[in-house]
Design a protein around this ligand. Structure first.
Ligand SMILES: C[S@@+](CC[C@H](N)C(=O)[O-])C[C@H]1O[C@@H](n2cnc3c(N)ncnc32)[C@H](O)[C@@H]1O
Length: 324
């Protein structure tokens, strides 16, 4: 965590064209092992990834890897201008690198944060409480432990009955018949006070978390985000892009799947091309608002080396209920 090494101003950058990097990488014979076929004997056991993240956080409990991602506020300006008491879920929050700058910048937001590791949630709470200067963030910051890729999110974010109603309304409103019938009207799925649950979320942030989840469990993870969002709610996505320098540095034996690598500590990293991200989100029912590579050149002064970093920036929206 924190190895992304991004400077604050590098939020939506094009220092080079991704297609040029792709041509260079694919023509380089010393990198050919990134594209060859894999033997199934090299595949890791299922769900060892979550255990590996838990161990990772136990080993790094000092929070040394903590770095606030302030650039997200520029990248996703909706984080600064939302209605009072809007609700955001930071998925795979780690030590709170994403949650803290959002809490600082917008007093109107209630931030829920989850991770598969209890250890890191405790650390996030400590860091966020320590960072409090003027007002307490405590009443606006709530954590919970979950593995979204297998068990999904808890019911109290959007209870079963509300989830069903979101889904029913969604499919009903999207059907051609209903689009043509302007006379139909639905009531909100939850009562005003939301006794049954928090009533769904306005925003979900997925910041360097999806890449940590094995490819085969990504569709369920994205669907979970879709289900807990209110209609019209948005996902803010940032993650590793295909041919990022950190991908090209992986040795052949670290490759465990298609564009998927495992570090020595068992944690995983997937490297996304735009089509993979697009297919995952559109497949879950989202509309695409923004999707692009962020290509940044940075120089390692000590080694005098130029590093080509690639991230994917995305913004996706759950369709609003046009028939309301
Ligand atoms: C690279 S860190 C990103 C942390 C944070 N989003 C940030 O902006 O720094 C990925 C996080 O995802 C968490 N994670 C990995 N797999 C998960 C899963 N299946 N469910 C929930 N969290 C998971 C890890 O524990 C880790 O804290």
């Amino acid at each position: 965590m924190g190895s992304e090494g991004e400077a604050e101003a590098q939020y939506f950058c094009k220092d080079f064209e991704w297609e040029d990097l792709r041509a260079e990488v694919e023509a380089n014979p010393s990198l050919a092992y990134h594209f060859g076929s894999l033997s199934s004997s090299t595949l890791p056991p299922p769900e060892s990834d979550v255990q590996a993240w838990k161990q990772f956080h136990l080993r790094h409990a000092t929070g040394k890897f903590f770095k606030e991602r302030r650039y997200l506020l520029k990248e996703f300006p909706q984080l600064l201008s939302c209605a009072p008491n809007s609700k955001l879920l930071e998925v795979g929050c780690g030590n709170g690198s994403t949650a803290l700058p959002i809490l600082r910048a917008n007093k109107d937001l209630i931030v829920y944060a989850c991770d598969c590791s209890d250890e890191t949630l405790e650390r996030a709470k400590e860091i966020i409480c320590d960072a409090t200067t003027v007002a307490s963030f405590k009443h606006r910051f709530h954590t919970f432990c979950c593995d979204l890729s297998t068990n999904g999110f808890p019911n109290w974010l959007a209870c079963n009955s509300c989830r069903d109603k979101f889904l029913q309304k969604q499919s009903y409103c999207l059907s051609e018949d209903v689009r043509e019938n302007n006379g139909l009207h639905f009531t909100d799925p939850c009562p005003e006070e939301f006794d049954c649950c928090v009533g769904g979320l306005d925003f979900v942030t997925l910041i360097f978390t999806l890449s940590a989840i094995p490819l085969e469990r990504m569709p369920k993870s994205i669907k979970e985000c879709f289900i807990v969002l209110k209609p019209g709610g948005m996902v803010f996505f940032r993650d590793y892009g295909l041919y990022d320098m950190t991908m090209l540095r992986f040795e052949p034996d670290k490759r465990v799947g298609f564009r998927e690598y495992m570090r020595s500590d068992g944690t995983r990293s997937y490297f996304f091309c735009l089509d993979t991200v697009r297919n995952l989100f559109l497949g879950a029912g989202f509309d695409e608002l923004e999707l692009d590579y962020c290509c940044v050149k940075s120089v390692n002064r000590q080694k005098g080396k130029c590093m080509q970093r690639v991230w994917v920036h995305g913004k996706f929206q759950k369709p609003a209920l046009s028939c309301q």
